[in-house]
Design a protein around this ligand. Structure first.
Ligand code: CA
Length: 240
């Protein structure tokens, strides 16, 4: 939809959340930022409306009456028409195992309740900015981020201009993470993406490779962030 006062396209965000107080908070904060917001209280209606109107982003609660958030997300991500629409899952504290499941069904990010408006808007902006996950994005590319250069083709890692030796697995892992800054990946996802069927890799424990990489990154070790109960995320240059 075009905003007639600014001439800018206003992004449409759908909120699928059954708790009316949280729905109100989301609606208020997003509308105040200039987003066009529509809210739905159950999974089936939310799914139908997303299919019909194709919003720019969906904020999807995990626990919903009828069709739960996981199932709604799974259906959206399996449908070629809606697959590219980014989904941020809303979860309650202590639902870490559900979070993993949420990421497994293709959610783009998640937000744990209770969250601050600042946190909400930061996640929304980040997900809208990067758009849907393109699995092949960055393949063969040279990633330059802060003081790091990760060149998968030349198998070269530069830390503040200094060449650092790393294994093929470490290179693939770092390149994959750095190609998708801000995105959380589960250990299983990283394992299948980075190690896959590679029989040469002796250690299939992703934490071991992350540990080795962090030592090599030195001052930049914290760029690979541990997301408790989920996996890892590469943080944007300049940090949070
Ligand atoms: Ca709920």
């Amino acid at each position: 939809m075009l905003d007639h006062t600014t001439g800018m396209k206003r992004e449409t965000i759908f909120v699928v959340e059954d708790e009316t107080d949280i729905q109100d908070v989301l609606r208020y904060n997003l509308a105040r930022e200039g987003y066009r917001v529509r809210a739905f209280g159950d999974g089936e209606e939310g799914l139908a409306m997303v299919r019909q109107d194709a919003p720019d982003l969906v904020l999807l609660d995990l626990m919903l009456p009828g069709l739960d958030g996981i199932e709604v997300c799974r259906r959206l991500k399996h449908d070629p028409i809606t697959r590219a629409i980014p989904v941020i899952m809303l979860t309650a504290k202590g639902e870490e195992s559900d979070v993993v499941l949420g990421l497994g069904v293709g959610a783009d990010d998640y937000l744990t309740k209770p969250f601050s408006p600042k946190e909400l808007l930061a996640r929304v902006r980040a997900v809208l900015r990067r758009g849907p996950l393109k699995e092949e994005r960055g393949k063969g590319e040279r990633v330059v981020t802060g003081g790091l250069v990760v060149d998968a083709v030349r198998h070269e890692l530069l830390v503040d201009g200094q060449s650092v030796t790393c294994t093929a697995t470490e290179m693939r892992l770092l390149h994959f993470l750095a190609s998708h800054p801000g995105r959380v990946f589960s250990r299983d996802h990283l394992l299948s993406r980075v190690i896959g069927e590679d029989a040469v890799v002796l250690d299939r424990n992703i934490d071991v490779h992350v540990g080795a990489l962090r030592r090599k990154l030195g001052a930049y070790r914290d760029r690979i962030e541990t997301v408790r109960g989920v996996g890892y995320r590469f943080t944007d240059a300049g940090g949070a």
